[in-house]
Design a protein around this ligand. Structure first.
Ligand code: 5GP
Length: 115
């Protein structure tokens, strides 16, 4: 797996980003093209390209990713009104950056079905 993804470079500070959260396992930053008043991306520092590449050994990492997203959403003040967590996977899933990331979207009413 390449360590060289755009998002890995943001997590390492090589490319600047608007940091929201950082620890040894995860990095979160604001999306450059926000689709909602709050649009944060959280990544595991481990460069798993897409969710379908995750393995059994990634269970704790993936559980932690979702829990960290709820923690960030709470800190962003999204908990009372609700929010959406999204993982796009592959071409038809709409994934454009191949470093696993979870979108945290909030601050407006979400619609269903998604586009
Ligand atoms: P995907 O479509 O792969 O699920 O989501 C990729 C997301 O990354 C998009 O929402 C896009 O706006 C965001 N993105 C792409 N390039 C950059 C960048 O250079 N900086 C930041 N902060 N976000 C980016």
């Amino acid at each position: 797996m390449s360590e060289d993804t755009l998002f890995a470079k943001m997590a390492s500070g090589e490319i600047p980003s608007d940091e929201v959260y950082s620890d040894e396992e995860y990095y979160a930053f604001r999306d450059i093209n926000p689709q909602a008043p709050t649009h944060v991306l959280i990544i595991p520092r481990k460069p798993i390209p897409k969710i379908s590449d995750a393995e059994d050994g990634d269970r704790a990492l993936l559980g932690g990713l979702v829990l960290k997203a709820t923690e960030i959403a709470r800190r962003e003040g999204l908990e009372d009104d609700g929010y959406r967590l999204v993982i796009n996977c592959g071409k038809q899933g709409g994934q454009t950056v191949y470093h696993l990331h979870l979108h945290i979207l909030g601050g407006r009413q979400m619609n269903w079905p998604p586009g």
